[in-house]
Design a protein around this ligand. Structure first.
Ligand code: GLP
Length: 240
């Protein structure tokens, strides 16, 4: 595991450059696969840096198959709290990323069709050539995407219940009483299938999760420690 002790801004610049190089290679046909992207406050500087590159004409935006980690359920894409609308605002629309490039878990999928929908999401990742780079944030309780503590590491894309600690976070839409209590998420196994994983973790609130990753025993109680088992992980952090 590679540790990059750095600021949020410096991490965003470096990672945006990497995405830019990969996207250009993807356009030339000399790179393969897709991106797996996060939501939350952590990736905002990254998306800002990518928007800037796109505005300068330096980002090969048409070359990306793009997947996202998770989505609230039930939740329409048009709902301003949805992760899809977050991505539309922060990255897809301003960078001109076309609908055909974007794969997203569907928060309006009927309950009876969820298993098929989640399996199809995994199939389309494979069809896109696999995930070349997964960018992930981390929850204060160590969750990855919406894989809460206790999630098996071979878990795949599925419907999950959100932990109370996740719903109690400042900024959680609607709060613990009215906010979403369930979501669709890729599994830890899905994330570990990526050829490379970048973790972004900044600020005091993430320090314990980062410490568990760095010094803790690999344990399902801290989903982030699953990254200890992956051969190619870079952690950008200002914690510890
Ligand atoms: C949500 C997302 C995670 C994200 C986490 C941290 O739970 N499902 O993918 O890592 O929030 O969010 P933030 O970056 O706002 O701290």
């Amino acid at each position: 595991m590679k540790w990059m002790m750095t600021s949020e801004e410096a991490a965003a610049e470096e990672l945006a450059q990497r995405v830019c190089v990969w996207a250009a290679a993807r356009r030339r046909g000399s790179a393969s696969g897709a991106l797996l992207l996060p939501t939350g406050s952590t990736p905002l500087p990254l998306y800002g840096a990518l928007r800037q590159l796109a505005a300068q004409g330096s980002l090969a935006t048409e070359a990306w198959p793009s997947f996202n980690l998770d989505e609230y359920w039930p939740c329409a894409a048009s709902d301003p709290i949805s992760f899809r609308s977050f991505m539309d605002r922060e990255l897809f629309a301003p960078c001109g990323i076309a609908d055909e490039q974007i794969a997203f878990l569907d928060g309006t999928c009927p309950e009876a069709e969820l298993a098929d929908h989640c399996a199809a999401y995994e199939d389309s990742m494979r069809a896109a050539g696999g995930i070349e780079l997964a960018v992930v944030g981390v929850g204060v309780n160590g969750h990855l995407a919406f894989n809460e503590p206790g999630t098996p590491w071979d878990s795949r894309t599925r419907r999950v219940a959100l932990a109370q600690t996740t719903r109690a976070r400042p900024g959680f839409p609607g709060g613990t009483e009215h906010g979403p209590s369930e979501a669709l998420t890729v599994g830890i196994g899905t994330i570990l299938d990526a050829r490379e994983i970048v973790l972004l973790a900044f600020g005091e609130a993430k320090a314990e999760a980062v410490r568990q990753l760095r010094e803790g025993k690999a344990s399902e109680e801290w989903p982030v420690t699953a990254l200890q088992t992956h051969p190619k992980v870079t952690v950008f952090t200002d914690c510890c």
